[in-house]
Design a protein around this ligand. Structure first.
Ligand code: SF4
Length: 255
């Protein structure tokens, strides 16, 4: 899971955005093809079960994957399963995840969400979400305090293979630079907008490609436009390389 630099909030009324135009979808597919060529084809592989993915994603908010993984292991070493975590005091959970930062807030979120899931479903089996329309599955997860659009999308995409687009800091930055998102688009609205630009089966690889490209090439604050394979389609190129005479001929990024 990506670093938590985008804020997670509870459910809020979605803002009305213009639907994706055919031209925007065509551009997204051209970008996808270039990224696929550069980074190679990707197949979705299931990661954790949905409730474990949800706990892991809460742990990964505002910290690195490495920290989140360590906290996740510590949590399961201390409590063995989610039933025991749900019965534990928040302070006990906090003690097990202290090294990950914001331990009090995350412990409270984890305790709360596990208890609420048990209360509503009677078990931690969330596989039923895969049978719901994407928007309903998102709304179901977002009913829980502390579960924002990114966390919900991570659970649905990584655990259940649904066409949800988690928008982390890299996806958000690269999409805006590429003109896939309007500069005023909020991170919350970006989730549904990016999903609407790309066929469902391409959403997962597109998410991974945008993160990879953001880490290797389109970095913040200084993108490597001189080696970017998307340069010919990027409206931001001129603002980063105003002196460039012939944009579009780039060296592919190294693996
Ligand atoms: S051309 Fe520059 S700003 Fe545009 S996507 Fe590539 S690295 Fe990012």
């Amino acid at each position: 899971m990506e670093e938590g630099t985008t804020k997670e909030k509870g459910p809020s009324k979605p803002k009305t955005e213009a639907p994706a135009t055919a031209a925007a979808r065509r551009k997204a597919m051209r970008l996808f093809s270039l990224l696929e060529k550069a980074y190679g084809p990707l197949q979705w592989q299931p990661r954790l079960d949905p409730v474990s993915e949800l706990v892991f994603t809460i742990l990964s908010q505002h910290t690195s994957d490495l920290n989140a993984e360590r906290c996740y292991r510590q949590l399961l070493t201390r409590f063995a399963n989610w039933e025991t975590v749900a019965q534990a005091q928040v302070a006990e959970i906090e003690g097990a995840i202290r090294s990950g930062g914001l331990a009090r807030q995350k412990a409270s979120r984890i305790s709360n969400v596990l208890r609420l899931i048990l209360d509503r479903r009677g078990s931690f089996d969330l596989s039923f979400l895969a049978g719901m329309p994407l928007s309903e599955a998102k709304a179901w997860l977002r009913q829980f305090p502390g579960v924002g659009p990114k966390t919900a999308a991570v659970v649905l995409a990584f655990s259940l293979g649904m066409p949800a687009m988690p928008v982390d800091t890299h996806v958000f930055r690269v999409s805006k630079r590429l003109g896939l998102l309007d500069l005023k688009t909020s991170v919350e609205a970006a989730h549904d907008l990016l999903e609407s630009l790309i066929p469902p089966r391409r959403v997962y690889p597109f998410h991974v490609y945008l993160i990879t490209h953001g880490r290797r090439v389109c970095k913040a604050p200084r993108p490597r436009c001189d080696m970017c394979i998307l340069a010919s389609l990027c409206p931001s190129l001129r603002s980063f390389l105003p002196q460039l005479p012939n944009p579009g001929r780039r060296i592919p990024p190294k693996g």
